[in-house]
Design a protein around this ligand. Structure first.
Ligand code: AMP
Ligand code: ZN
Length: 456
């Protein structure tokens, strides 16, 4: 079955055709590891993990090469190091580890490569040298700049006009800029910047600009032309536009054939932002919700559409998984080894239509709940295969149910603690426990036989 993907470059849904079906390549811009990832940051890794799984199913697991980089040097990281007094490498190692644990909890398969920017500085310098030689870049007062007017089709990804691009840019303040749209390839070291954030170069000590790292890493681990390059919508301009400018002017060939971008996640209809105080970290959400529930919530909308992340979306996602796992649990038989059902494959092959794929999976559970036992091995096999393609349902259904049981045990223990506090006439403690449970939506009911609880 053909895979069709919406290509930002052509603004059309196109049939995906890799350059070499034995080595399908995909690159997704990864995180800057200076702090915890919020749930919006998890949207690209989860959306493109589904694509990775689909491509592996279609071309074979060993024939898909996926790189997601780690940005381990930039202004925010340097700032965090200065603020905490810790070495840069300590901060980046810590937040990279947390990021990988968080993504793994969301069922994200480890990409084939996780290149680090600081390990590819030589490759970046090489591309910048080529750009200077070819007349696409020049040395300014504060480093090396890409000269935007030197590229005739600059702006083709975002469709921005020259007026859009230079609006607000001030030529005179940025030393030696020849055009307001020109952007930094190499930034000369500033006094006070730490020694770990500077590298020698033909233009003196400094560090790479933001965009050049992806051009160098993508080339080093995947090649000069990628099949797929993806990331969040906010990266189309300037990041991806500038990656295209650098790579295409240096190599004389397309940087990627298919450009995919996910829509933004909002929190209760508001833009997630630190100043609004509605930023939810994956790390914190995982204390309250199973990673699989968060994953399903992220997949509940189409990846290109905005997604509103709400408490009711999480409750619904949890209920959906309970229902799916219960259907699996009821079919107490060995599952057949079967492929994922056509409906699920077709939905995902149509530009990763996860809402439709989930509806197909749900219909399968309905069928399973009504089926005769002789049909169970096939239906169970189909549900598990669909789940594997979506990155869901791979846990032992008994375990999933026990997850609930341990939750019940925790609440039982709190209720028992409250009964004991009341007996000891510690009413303040009894009240504190009641309030704590009420905040979780749990009501305690006191009766002659003791106390019980229910969710309200
Ligand atoms: P950053 O670490 O800020 O560079 O972001 C890492 C990735 O998360 C980028 O691909 C962004 O496009 C993506 N991203 C950031 N915020 C959101 C959001 N609210 N919704 C969806 N994607 C986001
Ligand atoms: Zn990038």
């Amino acid at each position: 079955m053909d895979i069709r993907l919406h290509n930002t470059l052509t603004r059309e849904k196109e049939t995906f055709s890799p350059q070499n079906p034995q080595r399908v390549t995909m690159y997704v811009c990864g995180p800057t590891v200076w702090s915890y990832a919020h749930i919006g940051n998890a949207r690209p890794p989860v959306a493109f993990d589904v694509l990775f799984r689909l491509l592996r199913a279609r071309y074979g697991a060993n024939h898909v090469v996926y790189a997601a980089n780690i940005t381990d040097v930039d202004d925010k990281i340097i700032g965090a190091a200065a603020e905490t007094g810790k070495p840069i490498a300590e901060i980046t190692a810590l937040y990279e580890r947390i990021y990988r644990e968080d993504m793994s909890a969301l069922g994200v398969i480890e990409p084939t490569f996780r290149p680090h920017a600081t390990e590819h500085v030589a490759g970046m310098i090489e591309i910048i040298e080529t750009l200077v030689e070819k007349g696409h870049a020049y040395e300014g007062q504060n480093g090396v700049l890409f000269h935007v007017p030197s590229m005739t089709d600059y702006g083709k990804l975002s469709g921005r006009t020259r007026d859009d691009m230079v609006a607000g840019a001030r030529v005179e303040i940025d030393g030696g800029k020849r055009d307001p749209a020109d952007f930094a390839l190499w930034k000369a070291a500033k006094p006070g910047e730490p020694p770990e954030a500077r590298w020698p170069s033909p233009w003196g000590e400094g560090r790479p600009g933001w965009h050049i790292e992806c051009s160098a890493m993508a080339k080093a681990v995947l090649g000069e032309t990628l099949d797929i390059h993806a990331g969040g919508l906010d990266l189309i301009f300037p990041h991806h536009e500038n990656e295209i400018a650098q790579s295409e002017c240096a190599h004389g060939k397309p940087m990627a054939n298919y450009w995919l971008h996910n829509g933004f996640l909002s929190m209760d209809s508001e833009k997630m932002s630190k100043s609004l105080g509605n930023v939810k970290l994956v790390h914190d959400l995982l204390k309250e919700w199973d990673g699989e529930t968060l994953r399903l919530a992220l997949m509940s909308g189409h990846y290109r559409q905005p997604l509103d992340f709400t408490a009711s979306l999480l409750t619904q996602s949890k209920a959906t998984l309970d229902r799916l796992y219960n259907a699996l649990r009821r079919m107490d038989v060995e599952a057949d080894e079967v492929g994922a059902p056509q409906g699920v494959v077709a939905a995902l092959s149509d530009d990763l239509n996860t809402p439709l794929a989930l509806a197909e999976l749900s219909a399968l559970a309905t069928e399973a709940n009504k089926a005769e036992p002789f049909e169970w091995p096939r239906l169970k096999g189909q549900m598990l295969a669909a789940g594997a393609l979506l990155g869901l349902l791979q846990r032992d259904p008994e375990d999933w149910a026990r997850g609930d049981a341990s939750e019940a045990e925790r609440i039982d223990a709190l209720v028992a603690g409250r009964v004991a506090a009341r007996k000891a006439k510690d009413f303040a403690e009894a009240d504190r426990i009641r309030k704590e449970l009420a905040a979780e939506g749990i009501e305690i009911m006191d009766g002659p036989e003791g106390s019980t609880w229910r969710r309200v």
